[in-house]
Design a protein around this ligand. Structure first.
Ligand SMILES: NC(=O)c1ccc[n+]([C@@H]2O[C@H](COP(=O)([O-])OP(=O)(O)OC[C@H]3O[C@@H](n4cnc5c(N)ncnc54)[C@H](OP(=O)(O)O)[C@@H]3O)[C@@H](O)[C@H]2O)c1
Length: 354
């Protein structure tokens, strides 16, 4: 075969590959590295069994679902949050539906903002199970208030909980992992750690801070202790109680209801992709249904466009929030995306994606 023919073939294949990637992306609910790991990578069922996993924020939402899926894999579980009755409820369901026995689950009450309690909590886990293989930093709260209206206490609380609380617990567990030269530190960040949106200035700041902290920690460990994996998980909208529990203008006032969540990703799917992240030691993953998944890509690769779009959509988000209709913006995005998708709804294209 002549070189000329090879070059022609390459020139023909390149656009085809591009089309395939675009089609894969349009149907994706996670970044393409994550979906590749789901298709070709290691299964959580092989990799995570028998591990000791400590989950914060296990009394609700993503953390609760994570407890259920982990309990089916046969791990030893530590469930932490502030509300003990809720943790006991989660434990009961893990025992009913999972592959665990009473001795495999420890309910460990923990207030992430009470940093003085973190050392003792870590010792309790080590006394109970002898090791910590995976720390899942999941607990957190969001925000729904404009910067001009939010008190400084709201910003303090978001940084204390989402950022400093997470850093403090990580620093308590880290020496143990360094001693063993292995472990996984998995942090549930957010798209708000990559992008920013109105009504969430304090939340976004706390998640950006986490992103910076864990990216930096990873580079330190890469050189000193490469057996410790640091994974940042960045979900978009996922069904949970995050909106209900969001802080408003005052630290004592939360939003109080979740509104309709049908447009958000199912919690079970988000958690499955989180388990795949852990099993494959991925450093950073983005998880969301389209069109939300597109947003961090635009922020990362086309920042000028991102500012323009965010400004337009942000205005709508504020107006909708003020009139109690935040959801209209999601529906608008979703409808636009669904109409675009109809044009590529051929069976052959479905086979190309996974
Ligand atoms: N749902 C989404 O759309 C979404 C998107 C991106 C990122 N996230 C992130 O996902 C994580 C989990 O949130 P979620 O969506 O599952 O919300 P959620 O249903 O409200 O759960 C939040 C969890 O955090 C715990 N928590 C709150 N304050 C705490 C404190 N001071 N100390 C210890 N635990 C505390 C809560 O338990 P107690 O009240 O019992 O303490 C609860 O278990 C958060 O970090 C959030 O930022 C969520």
């Amino acid at each position: 075969m002549s070189w000329e023919l090879v070059l022609w073939l390459l020139a023909l294949c390149a656009p085809l590959l591009l089309v395939v990637q675009v089609l894969r992306f349009l149907r994706a609910d996670g970044d393409l590295t994550l979906l590749w790991a789901e298709w070709q990578g290691r299964r959580p069922e092989w990799e995570l069994t028998d591990m000791v996993v400590w989950v914060t924020g296990a009394s609700s939402g993503i953390g609760e679902e994570l407890a259920y899926q982990l309990s089916k894999l046969g791990v030893s579980l530590v469930l932490s949050a502030r509300r003990v009755p809720e943790l006991e409820r989660v434990k009961r369901r893990c025992l009913e539906n999972g592959n665990l026995k009473e001795k495999d689950i420890l309910v460990l009450p923990l207030d992430l903002t009470d940093r003085s309690s973190h050392e003792a909590a870590t010792k309790t886990v080590l006394q109970e199970f002898g090791r910590i293989d995976i720390l899942v930093n999941n607990a957190g709260r969001s925000q729904r208030s404009l910067c001009v209206d939010a008190s400084m206490d709201v910003y303090k609380e978001l940084i204390e909980l989402n950022y400093l609380g997470t850093v403090s617990l990580t620093k308590c567990v880290l020496p143990h992992m360094i001693e063993r030269k292995q472990g996984k530190i998995v942090t549930v960040n957010s798209f708000m750690g990559i992008i920013s949106a109105p009504l969430s200035s304090g939340y976004s700041a706390s998640k950006h801070a986490l992103q910076g902290f864990f990216n930096s920690l990873r580079t330190e460990l890469d050189n000193t202790c490469p057996g410790i994996v640091v994974s940042n998980i960045c979900p978009g909208p996922v069904q949970s109680n995050i909106v209900k529990n969001a802080l408003t203008e005052e630290v004592t006032k939360s939003l109080g209801n979740n509104r309709d969540q049908s447009h958000k990703m199912a919690t079970s799917r988000c958690v499955r992709l989180m388990l795949i992240t852990m099993a494959n030691d991925l450093k950073e993953v983005w998880i969301a249904d389209q069109p939300f998944l597109l947003v961090p890509y635009v922020w990362q690769y086309m920042p000028t466009w991102a500012w323009w779009i965010t400004s337009k959509l942000g205005k709508k988000r504020i107006e909708s929030f003020k009139s109690g209709l935040v959801r209209t913006i999601y529906i608008f995005l979703n409808n636009t995306y669904q109409s675009c998708r109809k044009v590529q709804n051929f069976p052959v294209l479905k086979k190309l994606s996974y």
